[in-house]
Design a protein around this ligand. Structure first.
Ligand code: COA
Length: 155
């Protein structure tokens, strides 16, 4: 699986928009992906480039990196794609001497929290009521992982 991951460019913005629509109630537009990918400290990777199945977007600042977004198409989930994307990015972070990897996830997103926990991320903070939901709010859970402590059977 890992060999089917390539670095994303602005030409992948429309594919990212489509995959994002599949995963989020408030999807980001093609233009926002183009704007993000044009920034020098933001990098994206696509899984299954000829038949795009998922992607990840990362922002790096000094020795820290942040997952900006991650989405796998609904029909491709539970096949290890998100894990492969995270582990692929991890290699890049290590090569670039990144020390801390962090992200933010809604506390009602059990699939994503399970994924991050399985990779060794742990909760480091919380923003109460950060995400608006049709029937209320969900907390944003901040999760972090020391890159050099990363251990995984697939790593
Ligand atoms: C979260 C998401 C990216 C996971 O992608 P995926 O490719 O299906 O995940 P993987 O197959 O790599 O799963 C890896 C591990 O994560 C956990 N996991 C993933 N989906 C899960 C689910 N629906 N329920 C419980 N655990 C889940 C499991 O531990 C899984 O390992 P296992 O299959 O061996 O049990 C995908 O569900 C998605 O795109 N959701 C919508 C967008 C989103 O929420 N993005 C994250 C925002 S922070």
């Amino acid at each position: 699986m890992i060999q089917d991951i390539v670095q994303a460019g602005v030409e992948h913005a429309s594919v990212m928009e489509a995959l994002h629509q599949d995963g989020f109630d408030v999807p980001w537009s093609e233009q926002s992906f183009m704007d993000l990918l044009a920034q020098p400290n933001i990098n994206g990777w696509i899984a299954g480039p000829t038949n795009p199945m998922g992607f990840i977007l990362i922002r790096t600042a000094a020795d820290e990196a942040e997952v900006l977004t991650l989405a796998v198409g609904a029909s491709h989930r539970r096949q290890g794609l998100a894990r492969s994307l995270m582990l692929y990015v991890l290699r890049s972070l290590k090569e670039n001497a990144v020390k801390l990897w962090h992200l933010e996830v809604a506390d009602d997103n059990g699939a994503a929290i399970a994924l991050y926990q399985s990779l060794g991320f742990s909760e480091s903070g919380r923003r109460a009521g950060y995400y608006l939901r049709p029937n209320g709010h969900a907390d944003a859970v901040l999760m972090t992982k020391q890159v050099n402590d990363f251990r995984s059977t697939s790593d």
